[in-house]
Design a protein around this ligand. Structure first.
Ligand SMILES: Cc1cc2nc3c(=O)[nH]c(=O)nc-3n(C[C@H](O)[C@H](O)[C@H](O)COP(=O)(O)OP(=O)(O)OC[C@H]3O[C@@H](n4cnc5c(N)ncnc54)[C@H](O)[C@@H]3O)c2cc1C
Length: 569
């Protein structure tokens, strides 16, 4: 007698954010839904090894180390003097248990069946489930959602041992806290863990083969973050390609680089990528193929694969690989699977990086805006300039907004610093509702808050608009306003400007503009303050020119960006 297959309307493989939302949505349509999960408990990477654990660890470290109070009480301040691995793990288990309970309840409430075991396609409509007790369960369905997520990439040249050389799943079972940690790969995960461990005053080294971190970030944000890490003593080595990592006879880690160097480490975290968990899924039996990194390609709107009744969602389809976006993908996939209307998500979603400090971004980066040739202006507010920032003792962190000069619409928001992942949602709302600069300038914000930084950054932009420039103090007059290229403001000094004064002024405002070559300024000298963010620079320069000593020799000044990139502020 042929084996009997139990029949469902929808089988979802994987119970992470994508699988969970697909299953619940299917059940809400009145369908019989089965979720197959090979892990010990439901929840996926988000609950067990990724999002929730790493964020819980972060919160524990920030609390026990007294990190948030160090702005006031100094770098040596600690809430708990000796922090060990059990201290870090205790909170983790409580949080995870709670998350799993919520999930199990959600499945039960919606009548979603779950089974523990590894699923494998037998053909395009049938799967076998390898149960824990060694039995095989056979199930069939008219529709499938593949939501198997990813597993850490484990190349053969890294000798993982789960004790001293770990991947990003193993770090959560940390046997002890190392004195030194080397992170291979400045990925989101690598940077999150590197900065969390650095907050524990552990010496951290990051090895990154390329010459930059997180290419999708606004460069100014990335530069600030790198500066912050280095300021805390984190060693960040770019262009460093790892040839091998192993442990020696004294259990010390040895890392060989491709340029022939040998680096020692107490512990190594390999965080250079993840691959789709498709290798044992029997994709070939259902007519699908994964790419070299185990990912399945889908239609970007419906999440349908090349096999019409099979959908895929979440990390297994690639970027952006976030829990937040995976949930939406799962929901939309289930809607399309049953031919139900699926409201598409708005164009812009936020990206949160829970490093220390946090980073969050929504919309276009300055580099993207520039590439597209959109005339734009940026405004920046530093958290230390807000009252809330003073109260909290914040010395770092900023919020940057980008607006179109033609439509005044918000184009992007980029935040690094305390609360970035929460603050970003204000920007996200305005962006998706197609709001303009006026929203921030005209609205009242709670005071004191970090959210006020939005208003300050917007005012920074507003004050650079032509009518605002007309109010510049005497001493410097704007000579090319609306007609000027939007990325720079040219002015002429009408007072006499000493090189030294201008230099010291520029040094004092080094986060705004800096002087590359200055001898002196005389009346009529052309001053160029570029490129974006010129409003703040203009105001400061104008103020400086008013208080200049009379004596100065004739020369010229060139104001150039303070940072390595080509922008001044
Ligand atoms: C360290 C770390 C930190 C992260 N931090 C964040 C963050 O702060 N914010 C954020 O939005 N995202 C974060 N992410 C990403 C987030 O975890 C993922 O985007 C999300 O989990 C993807 O969801 P998913 O449903 O696609 O797959 P997953 O959550 O990976 O779930 C897939 C599930 O499928 C199961 N499975 C696999 N193969 C089979 C099979 N053959 N049969 C049965 N079951 C199978 C797995 O056991 C797993 O439970 C982080 C990830 C990591 C690793």
């Amino acid at each position: 007698m042929p084996p009997k297959f139990e029949t469902y309307d929808l089988i979802v493989i994987g119970s992470g954010p994508a699988g969970r939302r697909a299953a619940v949505q299917g059940a809400k349509f009145g369908k019989r839904v089965l979720v197959v999960e090979r892990g010990r408990r439901v929840g996926g990477v988000t609950v067990h090894t990724g999002t929730i654990p790493s964020k819980t660890l972060r919160e524990t470290v920030l609390n026990l180390s007294g990190w948030r109070e160090r702005g006031f009480y100094g770098r040596a301040y600690r809430v708990k003097q000796d922090i060990d691995a059990p201290d870090l793990l205790k909170r983790l288990h409580i949080t995870l248990d709670h998350e799993v309970e919520i999930l199990e309840h959600q499945f039960a409430r919606n009548g979603v069946e779950t089974v523990r075991g590894a699923a494998k396609f037998v053909d395009a409509n049938r799967i076998e489930i390898d149960l824990d007790n060694g039995d095989i369960r056979l199930c069939s369905a008219t529709r499938f959602v593949i939501a198997v997520g990813t597993v850490p990439y484990r190349p053969s040249h890294i000798a993982f041992d789960g004790k001293a050389i770990l991947d990003s799943d193993q770090i959560l079972d940390l046997p002890s806290i190392p004195r030194q940690l080397t992170v291979i790969g400045a990925s989101v995960i690598g940077l999150e863990y590197a900065s969390i461990f650095s907050a524990l005053d552990i010496k951290v080294t990051i090895l990154e083969p390329s010459d930059k971190i997180l290419p999708f970030l606004d460069r100014e944000l990335a530069d600030e973050f790198i500066h912050d890490l280095r300021d805390r003593g984190v060693s960040l080595r770019f262009g460093c390609k790892v040839k091998s990592a192993s442990t020696d006879t004294q259990s010390r880690c040895v890392i060989e680089t491709e340029d022939g160097r040998e680096l020692g480490a107490d512990m190594v975290l390999f965080a250079a990528g993840r691959v789709g968990a498709t290798d044992t899924l029997g994709l070939v039996n259902c007519g699908l193929v994964a790419d070299g990194r185990g990912r399945i390609s889908v239609d970007s709107k419906s999440f349908q694969t090349d096999v019409p009744h099979i959908f895929a969602a979440g990390d297994v389809i690639g970027f952006p690989s976030l829990a937040s976006t995976s949930m939406e993908q799962g929901r939309i996939a289930a809607c399309h699977a049953f031919g139900e209307p699926a409201q598409e998500p708005p164009a812009f979603f936020p990206y949160g990086i829970y490093s220390v400090p946090e980073i969050s971004t929504v919309g276009m980066t300055e580099e993207e805006v520039r590439e597209r040739g959109i005339p734009y202006e940026c405004g920046v507010a530093r958290f230390r300039e807000t009252s809330r920032g003073h109260i909290m003792g914040l010395s770092a962190g900023f919020l940057k907004v980008i607006f179109s000069l033609e439509t005044r619409r918000l184009l992007g928001v980029h935040i690094v610093g305390e609360g970035a992942t929460e603050l970003i949602h204000i920007g996200q709302a305005v962006l998706n509702l197609e709001g303009t600069l006026n929203y921030f300038v005209e609205n009242t914000f709670n005071y004191p808050t970090l959210a006020e930084a939005y208003k300050m950054a917007a005012l920074d932009v507003a004050s650079s608009e032509p009518e605002a420039q007309g109010n510049a103090p005497a001493g410097v007059q704007a000579v090319s306003q609306a007609a000027a290229p939007p990325r720079a403001l040219e002015t002429r000094a009408s007072g006499t400007v000493s090189a030294d004064v201008l230099k010291s002024f520029a040094d004092a405002t080094s986060d705004s503009i800096t002087v590359r070559t200055v001898s002196a300024l005389t009346p009529g000298t052309l001053i160029r303050i570029g490129n974006t963010g010129f409003a703040a620079g203009f105001r400061k320069l104008a103020a400086a020119c008013e208080t200049l000593p009379p004596a100065a020799t004739e020369a010229h000044a060139e104001l150039a960006p303070a940072r390595a990139d080509d922008r001044g502020r």
